[in-house]
Design a protein around this ligand. Structure first.
Ligand code: ZN
Length: 237
C-alpha cells in the first residue's frame, strides 16, 4: 500500500520517498504526491529524482490491481531504480494544477445543473460532465454565467472522512451514478465547497473556487433523449 500524500494536501509538488519495488510497468514508492488515474481524472506525470541528480521521467500513474498500491509508469527505456533507494517524487505541477482547477469547476457545474451525473472527465484546464437532465432546458449562456458567479464566490473547498455506514444513511450525497464512491475500505472522503456542494470524491481540488479562474461553456451536446454532455474550458486551457 502506498501512502497517498495528495489526499491530505493536493498542493504538495514533491516529496521524499523510498523505492519499494521497481519494474518497467511501474515503480512503487512508500509514499507519493502522484495522483493515480481514477474518478475521471488522468494519472499524474512528473519525475523521480535519484540521489545522483538523475531523473526518471514518469509518463502516467495508475493503481495496481489491489487499488491500494500506486504504480509510477516510467518512460520507455528509462533507468529502473533499485529497491530501497531514496528519491524525490516531483509531480508535473503545471499540468496537475490545471486538472485541480478543472476538477473543482466540475463540482460547481453539478451545482449549476442539479441533475444526476452519468459520466465525466477531467482534462488540463478543461473537462466535461454528462447529465441525465430529462426535459430541462440547458442553455449555454445561462450555465456559463451561473458557473462564473459560483467561481467568483471564492468559496473554501475542504474535505473530511465519513464511515461507509454514514454514507449509506445519506444516499442523496451521491450525485454520480456512473462513478460510485470508493467504498469497502470503511471510510469515504467527502469534499465540501462551503455553502454550495458536498459529495464523496477522491480527486484533487483547489483550496478556493476563485482559483478556478474564468470558465467558458464550450459545448452542450445531446447524448440521447435525456442526456446532455456539457464541456467547459478554463483560462489557460
Ligand atoms: Zn472532486
Amino acid at each position: 500500500m502506498t501512502e497517498a500524500l495528495f489526499r491530505a494536501d493536493a498542493y504538495l509538488r514533491e516529496a521524499q520517498a523510498l523505492v519499494v519495488s521497481a519494474e518497467p510497468r511501474g515503480i512503487v514508492l512508500d509514499r507519493t504526491v502522484f495522483y493515480p488515474q481514477g474518478g475521471g481524472q488522468p494519472g499524474d506525470q512528473g519525475a523521480l529524482i535519484l540521489d545522483d541528480g538523475s531523473e526518471i521521467v514518469i509518463v502516467n500513474t495508475v493503481y495496481d490491481a489491489d487499488r491500494e498500491t500506486i504504480l509510477h509508469a516510467p518512460a520507455e527505456g528509462a533507468a529502473i531504480p533499485t529497491p530501497g533507494a531514496g528519491v524525490i517524487a516531483r509531480v508535473d505541477w503545471d499540468r496537475r494544477y490545471k486538472r485541480m482547477r478543472a476538477h473543482t469547476a466540475l463540482h460547481l457545474l453539478s451545482v449549476v445543473l442539479p441533475y444526476p451525473v452519468t459520466g465525466g472527465s477531467v482534462g488540463d484546464a478543461e473537462g466535461r460532465l454528462d447529465f441525465d437532465s430529462g426535459d430541462a432546458a440547458v442553455e449555454k449562456i445561462v450555465v456559463e454565467r451561473r458557473l462564473n458567479e459560483l467561481i467568483a464566490v471564492d468559496a473554501a473547498v475542504s474535505q473530511r472522512w465519513i464511515t461507509d455506514q454514514e454514507l449509506e444513511a445519506n444516499p442523496a450525497l451521491v450525485k454520480t451514478m456512473a462513478v460510485k464512491p470508493p467504498m469497502g475500505t470503511g471510510r469515504v472522503r467527502l469534499v465540501a465547497i462551503e455553502g454550495l456542494d458536498l459529495q464523496p470524491c477522491g480527486g484533487t481540488h483547489v483550496a478556493r473556487t476563485g482559483e478556478i479562474g474564468r470558465a467558458s461553456v464550450t459545448q452542450i451536446e445531446k447524448k440521447g433523449k435525456l442526456n446532455r454532455r456539457v464541456r467547459i474550458a478554463l483560462a489557460g486551457a
